[in-house]
Design a protein around this ligand. Structure first.
Ligand SMILES: Nc1ncnc2c1ncn2[C@@H]1O[C@H](COP(=O)(O)OP(=O)(O)O)[C@@H](O)[C@H]1O
Ligand SMILES: [Mg+2]
Length: 233
């Protein structure tokens, strides 16, 4: 397959030279053909849809320059899986991307509703695209069946905890997408194993945030009961 530099140059203002090389590498491997359109510009990443020979995928590009890598280092160096990561910008961002891929891999395998991870290289992660031609929908912006969705999300948190041994760590209605009548949890780069320092506090924060959201939409979810269900139910 011809790997064209030209089309990535269009995004030259967004990406540095090395990121363009990483995109070309993935393109060369046949993971996708070309970026289609920008979906989101977040604090740490730019997300695009991309075309493949059989449909659309989602490409999340962690920015190398405009991230707070000191903070990222603080978080990731406490993760036993990434203990030895060097305190260098590129190494930290790559570890962050790899962590999201690894977390998604476990979660997807154990049937939590998350995008299927496809590939990663350096600071670029490729995963299943949870949207249609109009884009993807955050729970926050969506009209959904509150009871059904809250049940699925809470059972996914239980699976994450009990089977995957993971806590999301950055859960909110912004990190859940509404796709094909189901909620999907995304943005797993914070996701930590159960031996992470103060992991229970992160779990409690995730649960508080999400039940506040569902309760505002008419549910009557009770914090202590749910924490107990997630951990031991
Ligand atoms: N797999 C996906 N399919 C479709 N859209 C996605 C997907 N992953 C992320 N997005 C879109 O990109 C946005 C940002 O992604 P996210 O992983 O939350 O990164 P961050 O919050 O760190 O910028 C999401 O809110 C969503 O709109
Ligand atoms: Mg997010």
């Amino acid at each position: 397959m011809a790997v064209s530099r030209e089309k990535f140059k269009t995004y030259g203002s967004v990406f540095d030279e090395k990121t363009i090389l990483a995109l070309q590498r993935l393109e060369g491997r046949g993971v996708f053909n070309e970026l289609l359109s920008p979906i989101s510009v977040g604090k740490e990443s730019n997300v695009f849809s991309a075309e493949t020979n059989n449909g659309v995928v989602c490409v999340k590009i962690y920015r190398l320059n405009t991230c707070d890598f000191h903070k990222m280092y603080k978080y990731i160096s406490q993760d036993r899986r990434f203990n030895g990561v060097q305190k260098r910008r590129r190494a930290v961002v790559f570890a962050w991307c790899r962590r999201e891929f690894r977390n998604l891999k476990v979660a997807h395998k154990l049937k939590v509703n998350v995008p299927k991870p496809i590939a990663f290289f350096e600071n670029v992660l490729v995963m299943e695209y949870l949207g249609d031609k109009n884009g993807s929908f955050k729970l926050r912006e969506s009209n959904f069946e509150v009871r059904k969705y809250s049940k699925i999300v809470l059972s996914d948190l239980q699976k994450l905890y009990q089977k995957c041994k993971l806590v999301h760590g950055d859960l909110s209605e912004f990190n859940i997408l509404d796709f094909k009548n189901k909620p999907y949890i995304i943005d797993f780069s914070h996701g930590m194993k159960l031996d992470y320092p103060n992991v229970e506090e992160y779990l409690e924060r995730d649960v508080k945030t999400i039940i506040t959201f569902f309760n505002r939409r008419g549910c009557k979810l009770e914090f202590n009961h749910l924490i107990e269900e997630i951990k031991n139910g």
